[in-house]
Write a protein that binds this ligand. Structure first.
Ligand code: BG6
Length: 469
């Protein structure tokens, strides 16, 4: 018998802004990600979309016009679910319109209908680094409480429209990344002293916690059977101490808590003590009301979805920085790095599942895991991406171990089952897909799709419900 539950949600995940392209088609507004030429990892962006400038995500892989045949390929692999986001700017181009853009709603109707016709369950991220640019410019994004009501208006529209088609929802992609990539994660630029910057970060996170609670409340009213989850980057939490030195060990714990504060608040319903100490020590000034704290307590989330790509190593005194894949630390001599310098650590994934189980005892959904690598077409005309298949199998084996440990893992969606634009760097050459897309870093190529060897590897894993691992 398989270790994986019989209704395990096997699938893949993308984000609208990294795949759809069609950035200004059908009355779509400008999103913050439309202004990044080289990805989001460094928080660099233009104030507007500049003329005659190449933005890789503007066309991306043109999933907007190719989703039918792309989804057919996912169905061929046996996908039970497919995670994508609803681009906020397709529905509310500036975020502040009174009524939604029907053309945008129509696109997602067609997309979800196609998935359902193929037997694929849609899994939706409501906000995946795609806040309308207008809300960044006017309010500095989530730093301002105004975003809460605008986000809830967006939620109401999509819950009412798609509630009978979509049963798994995540409110924000990797909200804990507000600490390291505030432009993408919170549509916000940081300014002033460190204490001011921390105040901006914690205020933005708080505003998102309130929005999350209100979205959970609304979901209960509109779609009583829906499953509402939060989504965090747990690569940020997989931090090893560089040595048994107490300062290394305690520092690693503190860094790990920078992630778990988001799940502590949204799954347990209140702020933990350790964060209040940070606020005191760094003179963090926040606007938090009792009414908001009540909402957070009352409308907790049901499951924890997370991404996991790699782990990191902390040494006392180190300056820690992060990017899309998690915190970057000291090199770990026991692990090999990917071509993009990310330590490959399958056991770290079992560790994260167990941490989540012990801390929250809630269902967990691994919604991002994958290997970004350069793919070459061989002389036989095929792509032999053994490294990707090995990464896949090793991580799935550890998920199997975690399930044996008692972790309630409900599903697994590989990141980028079809090649898409890298969020961190804007490259096309950083490929995750089981399906190759003929497009390069400069936007050249035919957009033709082609199966890699890993396509059949994942297909067999799904077919046997993980028994072939
Ligand atoms: C996750 C993001 O952190 O990492 C995705 O949710 C992103 O949007 C993924 O694509 C991988 O990062 P990158 O930089 O390799 O695309």
């Amino acid at each position: 018998m398989s270790i994986f539950p019989k209704d395990f949600l096997w699938g893949g995940a993308i984000a609208a802004n990294q795949a759809e392209g069609a950035w200004n088609i059908d009355e779509k507004g400008v999103a913050i990600t439309d202004t990044t030429q080289h990805g989001i990892a460094k928080n660099e962006h233009d104030e507007e979309v500049l003329p005659n400038t190449f933005y890789p995500s503007h066309e991306a892989i043109d999933f907007y016009h190719n989703y039918e045949r792309d989804l057919e390929l996912m169905a061929e692999m046996g996908f039970k679910c497919f995670r994508t986001s609803i681009a906020w700017t397709r529905i509310y181009p500036t975020g502040e319109e009174e009524s939604p853009n029907e053309k945008g709603l129509h696109f997602y109707d067609c997309l979800f209908d196609k998935m359902l016709a193929l037997g694929i369950q849609p899994v939706v991220t409501i906000s995946h680094y795609e806040t309308p640019l207008a809300l960044h410019k006017k309010y500095n994004g989530w730093e301002n409480k105004k975003l809460i009501s605008l986000y809830i208006k967006f939620c109401k529209t999509i819950f009412e429209r798609f509630g009978d088609k979509v049963h798994y929802w995540m409110t924000f992609n990797e909200m804990n990344n507000t600490q390291t990539i505030p432009y993408a994660a919170a549509a916000m630029d940081l300014s002033g002293s460190y204490s001011h910057q921390l105040s901006q970060i914690y205020q933005a996170q708080h505003n998102m916690y309130v929005a999350n609670a209100l979205a959970n409340k609304l979901a209960k009213e509109i779609m009583p059977d829906a499953h509402m989850g939060i989504m965090l980057s747990l690569s940020q939490a997989a931090v090893y101490p560089a040595s048994p030195k107490p300062e290394d060990v305690f520092g690693a714990l503190q860094l790990q808590r920078r992630t778990f504060v988001s799940s502590d608040v949204q799954l347990k319903g209140c702020y933990p003590g350790y964060v209040k100490r940070i606020w005191d020590e760094y003179n963090v000034k926040l606007d938090i009301t009792d009414e908001e704290l009540d909402l957070i307590k009352k409308y907790k989330s049901e499951f924890l979805a997370f991404s996991y790509y790699r782990s990191s190593t902390f040494e006392d005194g180190m300056k820690i920085y992060g990017d899309t894949g998690g915190v970057v630390g000291k090199p770990n001599p026991y692990l090999k790095n990917s071509a993009w310098g990310w330590p490959v650590d399958p056991l770290g994934l079992r560790w994260m599942c167990n941490l989540v189980q012990d801390r929250y005892d809630c269902p967990m959904f691994i919604v991002e895991n994958g290997l970004g690598a350069v793919d070459k077409i061989s002389e036989d005309g095929k792509i032999h991406d053994k490294e990707r298949s090995d990464y896949l199998k090793k991580h799935l084996k550890q998920i199997g171990e975690a399930i044996k440990d008692g972790c309630k893992v409900i599903g697994y969606t590989w990141w980028g089952p079809i090649d898409i634009v890298s969020a961190g760097t804007g490259e096309m050459n950083k490929r995750y897909g089981f399906i190759y897309v003929d497009r390069d870093n400069d936007g050249k190529g035919t957009m033709k799709r082609m199966k890699k060897d890993s396509f059949n590897v994942y297909k067999e894993i799904i077919e046997t419900n993980g028994n072939c691992l």
